[in-house]
Design a protein around this ligand. Structure first.
Ligand SMILES: [Zn+2]
Length: 307
């Protein structure tokens, strides 16, 4: 294992150092797979899984190369900040491929993209529900010229739900997976775990997903071993936002199918009176649900995956 670090000296504040590792397989030729976590600073399950991956991989049985980055968003991690980078309040996963002349997060995205993502053949980006989010495990891939190969990664990861995000309805532009796919690198975002909790089952599930992808790509011997029921596949999703600032009480669980018109939750005023009832605009499955009651106007309530 080669111990490396991405150093960024041009940003305000202390020089930024992102530690990572590279494992060069000696078992034969193979692709270069990059596995990152910690794009969001309080989504810990993927970080722990990537740390374990570094020590789990044996160069003697590995074909190709794995670059493993446990914590990309160092500032957000150490400050326990959900979703955004503290320096400028931007969401790193909306800023790829980045901008060398932009603000802190744009520059960070640019450096990560050019130095870590662009040299890869495949990209896995591990996430979880952040501090205020419940979540049902899912993988996300983008409509692109390499989407068949991205979908293959998503299916190999073996989670219960897979969402294809079309270009026209990209809910989240500027993500790792969309920027990678746009330059021809098959990529997925994998989400396991919730509420900023680093639970063993979710860490293990992420690790098994990554190892299954390695097996699928012929980088590790053997069968991925995750063959189970095929996942629910969705053609897109609707990210539902709050019409008002209010005390959010969700009425659905992540991963629970809902019918069109079904009540998803209510927003209460400061004295507990109902202000808004939020209903499903289409049948689907909420894959993440905001669990914190504190929701501002236009704040995210849930992500409803639709067929
Ligand atoms: Zn995330």
């Amino acid at each position: 294992m080669e111990e490396l670090a991405l150093r960024l000296d041009g940003l305000p504040g202390e020089p930024l150092v992102i530690p990572y590792a590279r494992i060069e397989g000696t078992a034969g030729e193979g692709p270069h797979l990059t596995v990152v976590a910690g794009v969001h600073g309080a989504e810990y399950t993927g970080m722990a899984a990537v740390m374990r991956l570094i020590h789990r991989l044996d160069p003697g049985t590995l074909r190709g190369t794995v670059t493993a980055v446990p914590i990309l968003n160092q500032a957000a991690f150490w400050s326990r900040t959900a979703f955004v980078v503290p320096a400028d309040g931007k969401n790193l996963n909306r800023c790829f491929p980045g901008d060398a002349d932009g603000s802190y997060t744009d520059v960070l995205a640019h450096e990560i993209f050019t130095r870590l993502i662009a040299p890869s053949d495949y990209l896995l980006d591990l996430h979880a529900g952040d501090l205020p989010e419940a979540l049902a495990p899912f993988c996300l891939y983008e409509e692109s010229g390499v989407e068949d190969r991205s979908r293959r990664l998503a299916l190999a990861y073996g989670l219960g739900h897979v969402v294809r995000q079309s270009r026209a309805s990209r809910t989240i532009g500027g993500s790792t997976s969309s920027a990678a796919a746009d330059v021809g690198i098959p990529a997925i975002i994998a989400e396991v775990g919730a509420n900023g909790i680093c639970d063993e089952a979710s860490v293990d599930r992420h690790l098994r997903g990554v190892l299954a992808v390695c097996a699928e790509l012929g980088m590790l011997p053997g069968d991925p071993g995750l063959a189970g029921a095929p996942p629910n596949e969705y053609g897109g999703w609707i990210w539902m936002r709050s019409p008002v600032r209010g005390f959010w009480q969700s009425r659905v669980a992540a991963g629970q199918d809902v019918a069109e018109g079904e009540l998803l939750g209510v927003l209460l005023d400061p004295l507990g009176r109902e202000m808004e009832r939020v209903v499903a605009p289409a049948p689907g499955c909420p894959l993440f649900v905001t669990t914190s009651p504190a929701v501002v106007a236009d704040g995210l309530l849930l992500g409803l995956a639709t067929r």
